[in-house]
Design a protein around this ligand. Structure first.
Ligand SMILES: Cc1cc2nc3c(=O)[nH]c(=O)nc-3n(C[C@H](O)[C@H](O)[C@H](O)COP(=O)(O)O)c2cc1C
Length: 437
């Protein structure tokens, strides 16, 4: 019964944020760039900070989950791009990490300050910690990452549709954490269903920021850990804020409720090293060099390259909250593979769908000039989880494509109903992506 309710509620929020040719015309998302809220959360200066040292493997593991990798300078402005992509480069997601039992680091909860590559100690642990909200009766010796979403950074521009982008971006950030874990051969487990509402309150987030997912990496021992003995004070994650009741309701209504959580209780968590089909020692340049393709020249990719990419996408994600995502493909330019519309690897309709793909993706040429344009579809159980899993898969697609020297871009803007119609599916379209030369 509880799961049934969630299905309906999550879908209601997805349906309310559909794009159509009319909606895009009526609201083209124009904003005055100088009013953009800050993309970096900075705790007050009296908090203790520890700079992350690239030469220290533990520090570097944490740094690579979020760091800035490229700076684009314009006449009056500059953009700092990161290991994780973000819709509109607005970066709603932030990362916190609880560190326990690691030599040379104070046991505590830290905010990862991306602007300075440092950890801000926001809470020292005694007999308490994040475990009690996420994994009751367990103690984690190692790391518990939290990904949060500062929704106003995205809703400032994308209004209600930013609910999607907050979840997708959070999923990409999980993918970035998984990539850093792979590089340092650390086992992880991602958990989406836990007491997020209580945790948001105790972390002092008010309605400005919300936890979307957690990542456990370490040794899990049976032990009772107390909830945080004193809540954290509120620290504003942006310089100004405008509430969006739709986003707040969309988040709250898609957090798994108690009844649903009971189904997942008794968790047997076994962290695993995430999968990538490239040697870990060769992976650093891929993490640091990941970028979104801004245009494709229209060249082909080979069948062997596509098979490697597909193989990577098929590997299970280390999480106990799986959601089934079906990938539809518009194959435009793959040597040895017939052009047309595919459901996974099954040809649905042969032919040239390039112009249609461009039209569906709100006239973005990337979808036409790609080798393949992908659509992630789902009859999800839980919307918040499914969107994050789509983003996580998206991060995998970026990394494996870029590793092979193939361009990739996320595409959050597409006409929902028309895409479903062309693909011939009743499943919701959660995300689109394009890969190519
Ligand atoms: C959820 C999501 C949706 C996106 N949608 C689009 C899109 O519709 N069109 C586009 O050209 N780029 C899109 N992007 C790519 C972003 O513009 C890009 O990630 C951002 O500018 C940062 O650049 P980088 O990925 O090279 O670091 C999207 C990225 C994400 C994560």
């Amino acid at each position: 019964m509880a799961i049934q309710q969630l299905e309906t509620v999550g879908k209601k929020f997805h349906d309310a944020t559909k794009h159509s040719p009319l909606s895009v015309m009526l609201d083209p998302n124009y904003v005055d760039a100088i009013t953009q809220p800050s993309a970096f959360k900075i705790y007050p200066k009296f908090y203790r900070r520890f700079e992350l040292d690239k030469e220290n493997p533990v520090h570097d593991f944490i740094r690579l989950t979020s760091t800035i990798t490229f700076e684009k300078r314009y006449k009056y402005d500059s953009y700092q791009l990161r290991v994780n992509p973000s819709a509109g480069a607005l970066y709603p997601s932030d990362v916190y990490v609880q560190i326990r039992g690691i030599k040379g680091i104070i046991d505590g909860i830290y905010h990862l300050e991306v602007a300075t590559n440092s950890l801000t100690l926001v809470y020292e642990l005694i007999d308490d910690g994040l475990e009690s909200y996420i994994l009751p009766d367990c103690l984690v010796k190692g790391f518990i990452f939290l990904v949060s979403s500062v929704y106003y950074r995205s809703s400032w521009k994308y209004k209600n549709r930013s609910l999607r982008y907050c979840f997708l971006d959070s999923g990409h950030h999980l993918g970035a954490i998984a990539a850093a874990a792979y590089l340092y051969q650390k086992a992880i487990q991602v958990i989406f269903d836990f007491d997020k509402i209580e945790l948001n309150r105790d972390l002092g987030f008010e309605n400005k920021e919300f936890v979307t997912a957690s990542v456990i990496s370490g040794e899990i021992k049976p032990k009772t850990v107390r909830k945080l003995r004193s809540p954290l004070p509120f620290v504003s994650p942006t310089d100004y804020f405008e509430a969006n009741p739709f986003i707040e309701a969309g988040y709250r209504n898609t957090v798994l409720n108690d009844t649903a959580r009971d189904l997942f209780s008794n968790r047997k968590l076994v962290p695993e090293i995430p999968y990538f089909n490239c040697p870990p020692e060769k992976f650093l340049p891929t993490i640091l060099g990941r970028r979104s393709a801004r245009a494709f020249k229209g060249g082909t990719i080979t069948q062997a390259e596509w098979e490697q990419i597909w193989h990577c996408l098929q590997q299970t994600l280390p999480t106990i909250n799986q959601e089934n995502i079906v990938i539809y493909l518009v194959v435009n330019r793959v040597e040895g593979i017939e052009t047309g519309l595919y459901k996974e690897l099954q040809l649905l309709k042969a032919g040239d769908f390039r112009e249609q793909a461009k039209y569906l993706c709100v006239n973005q040429a990337l979808a036409r000039d790609s080798a393949i344009t992908l659509f992630f579809a789902s009859h999800y159980d839980n919307y918040q989880t499914a969107m994050q899993i789509a983003g996580w898969l998206g991060q995998r697609l970026y990394l494996i494509s870029n590793y092979l020297g193939i361009g990739c871009s996320g595409i959050g803007a597409y006409h929902d109903d028309e895409t479903k119609k062309i693909l011939g599916t009743s499943q919701d379209i959660l995300y689109a992506m394009a890969i190519g030369r």
